[in-house]
Design a protein around this ligand. Structure first.
Ligand code: 5GP
Ligand code: MG
Length: 210
C-alpha cells in the first residue's frame, strides 16, 4: 500500500481543517445553510484509512483473520472502506457483524445512557471493534465491557477522537484523527439522521444544533 508520510500516524486536525495538496473541498449548495466547513477532506480520509488498514493488519497478522464488529450506524462508511482494504490488500480473512449503540437519540449532546442492540454477534475471537467517533468514551466503554464479559479477544479502532477526558479503563488501539471539540457529521456520522452520505467530515453550524 502506498501511503503519504504524514498519514502514517494519528493525524492531528487543526481547527481550520485538513486537505491534501491540490484538493479544494467545498460545501455543496444544498448543504450551505447547515454546514460550517469541511474539517477532513475526502482525500485525507482515504489516505488515513489506508494506513489504518495496514496498522490493523499488522496487529492481527499472527491470527490470520479479523472479525469486524461494526458499531452502527455512524461507523458504516468508515468500516466499509477499512474492511475492504484489509480484505483486498492484506493476507487476513475477514468476517463482518454489526452492533448498535444508541447514546445520542438525535441530539448533539450525550444522554448519559447507552443501549446496545446486537445482531447475531460474532462467535469467534479476534474481534476488531470499529467505531466512528469517541467523545467521553461512554459508548465504547460499554461495548468493551460487553465484549470482556463474553471473554473475547478484541482491539478497538476509532476514526475520530475529540481528545476529551475518557471513561476510566477505556483502551483504544487505533485512532484515525484527533479532532477539535466540535459537533461533526458526514462519512457515516449524522445529525438528526442527516448528512451521513456526505463524503467528507464536516462541522455542523452551531445554530442548527439543539
Ligand atoms: P461518547 O459515548 O464517547 O461520549 O460518544 C460517542 C458517541 O456519540 C459516538 O458513537 C457517536 O454516535 C456520538 N457522537 C459523539 N460526538 C459526535 C459528533 O461530533 N457527531 C456525531 N454525529 N456523533 C457524535
Ligand atoms: Mg458511534
Amino acid at each position: 500500500m502506498k501511503i503519504l508520510n504524514n498519514f502514517t500516524r494519528t493525524v492531528n486536525v487543526p481547527e481550520q481543517g485538513i486537505k491534501l495538496e491540490g484538493e479544494e473541498p467545498s460545501i455543496r449548495d444544498k448543504y450551505k445553510d447547515d454546514i460550517e466547513r469541511v474539517l477532513i477532506s475526502k482525500g485525507c480520509l482515504k489516505k488515513r484509512v489506508e494506513h489504518l488498514a495496514s496498522e490493523v493488519a499488522g496487529a492481527f497478522e499472527k491470527v490470520r483473520e479479523v472479525n469486524c464488529l461494526v458499531v452502527l450506524k455512524g461507523g458504516m462508511f468508515f468500516a466499509s472502506d477499512l474492511i475492504r482494504l484489509i480484505d483486498d490488500e492484506t493476507e487476513l480473512r475477514t468476517r463482518i457483524d454489526f452492533i448498535q449503540a444508541s447514546s445520542y437519540y438525535n441530539k448533539s449532546t450525550p444522554s448519559g445512557s447507552v443501549k446496545l442492540k446486537e445482531s447475531g454477534l460474532l462467535k469467534g475471537e479476534n474481534i476488531l471493534l470499529i467505531e466512528d467517533i469517541v467523545d467521553t468514551g461512554g459508548t465504547l466503554k460499554k461495548l468493551q465491557d460487553y465484549l470482556k464479559e463474553k471473554g473475547k479477544f478484541f482491539k478497538t479502532c476509532v476514526l475520530l477522537d475529540k481528545g476529551l477526558p475518557k471513561s476510566p479503563g477505556l483502551k483504544i488501539d487505533f485512532i484515525g484523527f484527533n479532532i477539535p471539540n466540535e459537533f461533526v457529521a458526514g462519512y457515516g456520522l449524522d445529525y438528526a439522521g442527516m448528512y451521513r452520505g456526505m463524503p467528507e467530515i464536516v462541522i455542523v453550524k452551531k445554530e442548527l444544533l439543539k
